[in-house]
Design a protein. Structure first.
Length: 253
């Protein structure tokens, strides 16, 4: 199917659906300058073993090395701005064409873009907490501690080690994930955007929906089950979708 026909089909399916959700992964944020994790040849996890670098056991075993390896890229996430795809999803929600966004990303860009209903199933980088007393701090508190030479950054109340409020490898899934599994019930259409669909349990969520559409640069394991597959950048697809729907796309903020 030619690309323009794919966009027309995507617009029609969204207008016909009475309950649409989006599921997003790292690929939606690459146009905001955030590297993908699993793209062959360029993905971060081809260079770094995630179990050794970004797991709960890595944090517990050597917290100083954990922050030395991970904190710089998390700071990049903090400084990124939403792109056209994030902004379009927020606008679709405002127009009642989208119920909300389930995201694997910890970059917070859907929240920055103005999406009101966001389930961050792998957590976020807005806050950190003490591993001992669970006191909570802004993420900037952790980065300031690190920049001042305190590695690992520690809690002001009990001197316990701080950790970001993200789901590390070996962590249990968070409350947002369990809420997302409930909100999916009765989903007629899921827009799967920028995810390789290889990380479970999140990768199984599209199959709960009656139909799903995959928007991703590269093939995924669920392509054969999708109602439509568009192998293009999320920014291009959502810019063209909004034009097809006749909806304004807010300027990149």
């Amino acid at each position: 199917m030619p690309y323009q026909e794919q966009i027309k089909t995507l617009a029609r399916m969204i207008k016909e659906s009475t309950k649409t959700l989006a599921l997003t992964g790292a690929g939606i944020s690459t146009e905001s300058g955030i590297p993908d994790f699993r793209t062959p040849g360029t993905g971060l996890w081809e260079k770094i073993d995630p179990i050794k670098a970004a797991s709960l056991s890595a944090l517990r075993r050597d917290p100083a090395a954990f922050y030395q390896t991970n904190l710089e890229r998390w700071t990049v996430f903090q400084n990124a701005s939403p792109n056209q795809a994030h902004l379009a999803l927020a606008q679709l929600e405002k127009q009642h064409l989208l119920l909300g966004v389930i995201t694997q990303n910890v970059d917070g860009l859907h929240v920055k873009a103005g999406s009101a209903k966001v389930w961050e199933v792998h957590g976020h980088l807005r806050t950190v907490r003490c591993m001992d007393c669970r006191a909570s701090y802004p993420f900037t508190h952790l980065t300031e501690k690190f920049k001042s030479g305190e590695n690992p950054p520690r809690c002001l109340q009990c001197s316990g080690i701080l950790r970001p409020d993200i789901v590390l490898f070996e962590d249990q899934m968070n409350e947002d994930f369990f809420q997302a599994t409930q909100v999916i019930s009765g989903c007629q259409l899921m827009l799967v955007v920028g995810t390789s669909l290889t990380v479970y349990p999140v990768a199984g969520l599209p199959e709960v929906a009656k139909q799903f559409i995959i928007i991703n640069r590269t093939p995924t394991p669920l392509d054969s089950s999708a109602a439509l597959v568009i192998n293009e950048s999320a920014g291009r697809v959502f810019t063209d979708l909004m034009a097809e729907l006749g909806l304004p796309l807010p300027a990149d903020n």
